[in-house]
Design a protein around this ligand. Structure first.
Ligand code: BT5
Length: 245
């Protein structure tokens, strides 16, 4: 993959900028990262906060050969690359919380936001992520690389390794064999599996045991009403238990 990296000292949101480029037909591999975002976004219109220069704020444009309803597998590929990069650079090994958080001891060190952009019969996915490097908004619920490891790393140093770690995982998205390997790695890294969880969705709130993720990256839950699968949702772990490898 040829990555083309654009840097901004300040921008509204790297996801918004990249989604516009995707809509104009930009090729896969375009990357935007910024020192500061004035309108950094989480899911469902939530805000992503990071003071200037304290975080890696980045978005990637991908055009994998998956169906749009397998979007979560693209999130998984990037989340796993991020996690591997953090292990390599500073020995911090976050667990993944489905669908889009990286946690260390239950505190959020990074979050991902994936968005689909459709143009004609083509679609692209913009995967954005924010990683707290030297500060975090609320020490009760969030943390940073500095806090967890004592190491100060620059956004660009982390980005370089993330892109390296993404190479193989991005390729895996294009084949069934690759997707299955990626799903295995994803399941091993997910703190959510084996836990009692509450899944909050726009269609209601569901409680059950999180069993696995399927090939679409959907979370499979055993509930009193039977098995249910979720594309999206906010998950609350009802029993704290760090079981990911
Ligand atoms: C996310 O949403 O976790 C997705 C975050 C994606 C941010 C990146 S930065 C680059 C790219 N450009 C963008 O505009 N966005 C992406 P969600 O699961 O909805 O979590 C959002 C919630 O996390 C907020 O409501 C806060 O409670 C909390 N939060 C905000 N800033 C945080 C931070 N720096 N660290 C930890 N938690 C934070």
């Amino acid at each position: 993959m040829v990555w083309r990296v654009e840097h901004f000292t300040e921008i509204d949101s790297t996801n918004t900028w990249l989604a516009q480029r995707a809509g104009e037909g930009a090729d896969e591999g375009l990357v935007a990262y910024a020192d500061y975002q004035s309108r950094g976004r989480g899911r469902l219109d939530r805000q992503w906060e990071a003071p200037t220069g304290t975080a890696l704020l980045c978005s990637l444009l991908l055009r994998p050969a998956i169906d749009a309803d397998q979007l979560q597998m693209a999130v998984a590929a990037v989340a796993l690359a991020l996690r591997a990069a953090l292990v390599r650079l500073c020995g911090v090994r976050p667990g993944l919380k489905w669908p889009n958080d990286l946690l260390v001891n239950d505190r959020k060190i990074a979050g991902l936001l994936a968005e689909i952009v459709t143009t004609g019969d083509q679609w692209a996915v913009v995967v954005g992520f924010g990683v707290n490097l030297t500060s975090c908004p609320d020490p009760a619920t969030s943390t940073s690389v500095l806090e967890e490891s004592g190491v100060t790393i620059t956004p660009l140093a982390l980005l370089d390794i993330v892109l390296e770690e993404l190479e193989e995982r991005r390729r895996q998205l294009d084949t069934e064999v690759g997707q299955s390997a990626l799903r295995d790695e994803y399941e091993r890294a997910l703190l959510t599996l084996g836990q009692s969880v509450r899944v909050e969705t726009q269609n209601g709130v569901f409680v059950g045991e999180a069993r696995r993720v399927d090939n679409h990256g959907r979370l499979v839950l055993d509930t009193d009403e039977g098995q249910m699968k979720f594309f999206v949702g906010d998950v609350v772990h009802l029993r704290a238990q760090e079981s990911a490898s």
